[in-house]
Design a protein around this ligand. Structure first.
Ligand code: FEO
Length: 390
């Protein structure tokens, strides 16, 4: 990826390619980047640090880019350790740097570090910081993804530094030709997805700015087709489906519920539905299935009964959907129960807590294996879910 987007703003981020789990929960097969930017003007400003895992490589990049210049400011957009983890390292190298954050930043900062006596500037909505030819304007973006998050607009080059917003999994060195939306969508729904309202508020502020470049704290710098990225963020944060399609997410113990889910998918496809995805919740990346649940307008949950409830990976999936504010979708249900089916009741009890989720009838119950006698009701569920998309 081209990180030379400006003569005076240097990309000094780092790739983390051997991280097992981002935030101890998300697989990142292509790694992740922790972005950081250095603005060289009459004053110099650093836009965020990086995860402590990569601090040595990063501080070398910073000092190379800085040369013999003095570092004047560190702008702290977000305190999560993937961005703040090298602040103490920075202060050791540049003890007289001035920290720039908002009131929430400085209220939370001591929770993370025993910060030495350091100069600070506390900014609020719309405040500016002149660097010379460059001027930074700060906009609060609380809960995109933490309360202290703020974004920064640089007006001479029309750049918006967006913190986690518009971020994407994938180290820059590994994903130069990769489609942006897939891993940006997985990142968004799993990390920021609960906070659609705050993202909408930020998009409204951004709409008033003339933006030519978006500099996030993860993933590529966005320099063209910005309407495309902003449009996707608008769709995602307003909980609207991005595409028509049916996700069938199943939780199967011995494979029989999985076979029923695959059969249901075949029937739905035979009715002309173009996009039908079948996902095994016990084995596939849960974050990827969450992404698909939000991406498509309809979903079918198929699960085995278990301990008078539902098989645990389905319960885990439902709890993720609940915590990420899944809403505005149509859902069908298939349960399996060899002697006392309880999966449907348990799944419905969670679905009923979600905003504007319609459960289509009929609910399908199979006993251990799919039988010929189940085919009529399976056909009816397929018909109902196809009709719900029209
Ligand atoms: Fe990339 Fe919320 O930290």
């Amino acid at each position: 990826m081209n990180t030379n987007f400006s003569d005076t703003i240097h990309y000094i981020g780092v790739d983390d390619t051997d991280l097992d789990l981002f935030e101890s929960q998300y697989v990142v097969p292509e790694g992740v980047s922790y972005n950081s930017y250095l603005i060289l003007d009459e004053k110099t400003a650093l836009m965020d640090t990086v995860d402590a895992r990569c601090m040595e490589e990063w501080i070398d990049k910073l000092d190379t880019a800085l040369g013999d210049r003095h570092l004047d400011y560190l702008v702290i957009s977000h305190l999560e350790p993937d961005h703040s983890g090298s602040i103490l390292k920075l202060l050791a190298h540049h003890p007289d740097v001035t920290l720039v954050g908002n009131a929430k930043t400085f209220a939370m900062l001591p929770q993370f570090f025993d910060v030495p006596n350091t100069a600070t500037i506390t900014v609020k909505e719309g405040d500016t910081l002149a660097l010379g030819a460059h001027t930074l304007t700060f906009y609060m973006a609380s809960m995109v993804h933490w309360p202290e998050v703020m974004v920064t607009y640089e007006s001479s080059e029309k750049i918006l530094f967006t913190a986690d917003g518009f971020g994407k999994f994938g180290a820059l060195s590994q994903t130069a030709d990769e489609d942006w939306a897939c891993e940006a969508r997985r990142y968004y729904f799993n990390i920021v997805g609960k906070y659609g309202g705050p993202v909408q508020a930020l998009l409204k502020k951004a709409a008033k700015l003339d933006i030519q470049t978006i500099c996030p704290l993860h993933g590529p710098i966005l320099t063209e087709n910005l309407d495309y990225y902003i449009g996707l963020y608008d769709t995602w944060s307003s909980y609207k489906p991005e595409n028509k399609g049916v996700l069938i997410a199943y939780a199967s113990i011995h494979g029989n519920t999985g076979k029923a889910a695959e059969k249901l998918a075949d029937i739905i496809r035979a009715k002309g539905e173009e996009k039908v995805i079948v996902s095994d919740l016990a084995r596939e990346d849960m974050a990827e299935v969450i992404e698909d649940a939000f991406r498509y307008d309809r979903m079918i949950l198929a699960a085995a009964s278990y301990d008078a409830g539902v098989f645990p990976c389905m319960l885990e999936f439902l709890h993720h959907l609940q915590s990420k504010a899944y809403q505005n979708r149509t859902v069908g249900i298939l349960e399996n129960g060899s002697w006392a089916p309880t999966a449907a009741k348990t799944m419905k009890s969670v679905l009923e807590t979600l905003k504007n989720v319609t459960i289509v009838e009929p609910t399908v119950t199979i006993k251990t294996t799919l039988k010929e006698e189940n085919m009529v009701v399976l056909e009816e569920l397929a018909e109902a879910i196809v009709n719900a998309g029209q």
